[in-house]
Design a protein around this ligand. Structure first.
Ligand code: UT7
Length: 330
């Protein structure tokens, strides 16, 4: 089977930290509520660092860890819901900074599942185009620019950061299960810029089915997303394993989307897998959307929790509503 070998990983965590007590200064909340309901303690906010900058720093670290030359990167997939520009893509910005000129470069948006979508996509490109030697999959999120700091139910959850991997095709096990349910678009969204075209006469004609809210901030129906997540996470992992007849208990380490410790615990229970197999670092980062899984992966690799030969399951869910799992050998 054609697998995907991770040659190197990297991450970027902004220095600015915001504790639960800091959050309590701006909304009606407290440390105990946040810890009990989410497991989170600290999140990192960018202090001016743009998305592309965070992605670049993470990518440079991944390139160094992989010991490759940036000119040999043939594909850059940048996963983000918070690009700095509508155009050019963040991938092109990162490409410029790391010096991988000539590679394919594009952004994809699958919200918090984005990195797993991108990881899977990289393999498909590598399998069909022999001229691509290495791929860079980088996730960068400046989520705090979307966060509604008047909404205590959501603002306490999110943080900023980035992470990246350099991959190449190699013999090995690989399976994925990826999809979306657009019926859930209304449960988690952030509207793009409102059109300024002065000739528009009827802005309200085309209803998008989204609830009225504070335009351009992140809206979340926490309970609906929670319900979806506790089903989608185990389902994606189990379906990915089933595709190749793998027993889910043969996975050594699960790297789940770091959205809420209760979601991860429920998913583990529903899958019949011990929580010990789940790598969790959400207490230190909060939810960084598509960057959350690769930040956790980089953390798990650098701290020795993930070792060469381990079977890893990356599994996430997010706005869309999307879900994605990939199982491979590290
Ligand atoms: O990347 C994907 C992103 N999103 C997610 O994964 C989010 C999924 N959802 C969740 O993680 C949870 O639903 C939340 C953490 C967002 C909320 O936890 P919950 O246990 O579902 O709480 P709830 O929304 O049912 O609210 C319970 C109570 C409410 O008060 P009442 O109505 O019972 O009086 C809320 O107003 O907690 C209140 N509450 C808070 N209290 C203190 C909501 N947010 C806060 C807060 N501090 N920050």
């Amino acid at each position: 089977m054609q697998g995907l070998k991770i040659l190197g990983t990297g991450s970027y965590t902004p220095e600015l930290t915001v504790t639960n007590d800091d959050m309590a200064k701006i909304v009606d909340t407290n440390d105990e509520w946040i810890k009990t309901r989410t497991g989170m303690s600290v999140r990192h906010y960018n202090n001016g660092e743009p998305s592309w900058y965070m992605g670049t720093m993470a990518s440079k670290q991944a390139i160094e860890a992989a010991g490759i030359s940036p000119e040999d990167i043939g594909l850059i997939i940048d996963t983000t819901i918070t690009p700095d520009f509508h155009t050019p893509s963040t991938a092109c910005m990162v490409q410029r900074e790391i010096g991988a000129i000539g590679s394919i470069a594009m952004d994809i948006n699958a919200a918090c599942s984005g990195f797993v979508y991108g990881f899977d996509m990289a393999r498909r490109y590598l399998m069909t185009d022999e001229s691509i030697k290495y791929a860079l999959v980088v996730a960068n999120e400046d989520l705090t620019k979307l966060v509604d700091f008047q909404d205590r139910g959501s603002c306490i959850l999110f943080g900023d950061g980035a992470a990246a991997v350099i991959v190449e095709l190699s013999e090995g096990m690989f399976t994925s299960f990826i999809g979306a349910d657009g019926n859930g678009t209304k449960y988690l969204f952030a509207r793009a810029a409102v059109p300024q075209n002065p000739f528009i006469t009827d802005r309200k004609k085309y209803s998008d089915g989204m609830p009225e809210g504070r335009d351009q901030y992140l809206f979340q129906d926490g309970r609906e997303v929670y319900k979806f997540a506790t089903k989608a996470l185990p389902n994606a992992a189990l379906k990915a394993a089933e595709k190749i007849g793998l027993d889910i208990n043969d996975v050594d380490v699960f790297i789940p989307h770091q959205a809420n410790i209760r979601i991860i615990e429920t998913a583990a229970k529903n899958m019949g897998v011990s929580m010990d197999k789940f790598f969790v670092n959400l207490h230190e980062h909060g939810n960084t959307s598509s960057a959350s899984i690769p930040i956790a992966l980089d953390d798990a690799i650098r701290t020795g929790r993930v070792k060469r030969g381990d079977k890893i399951c990356l599994v996430g869910f997010g706005a869309g509503l999307t879900y994605a799992a990939a199982i491979f050998e590290y």
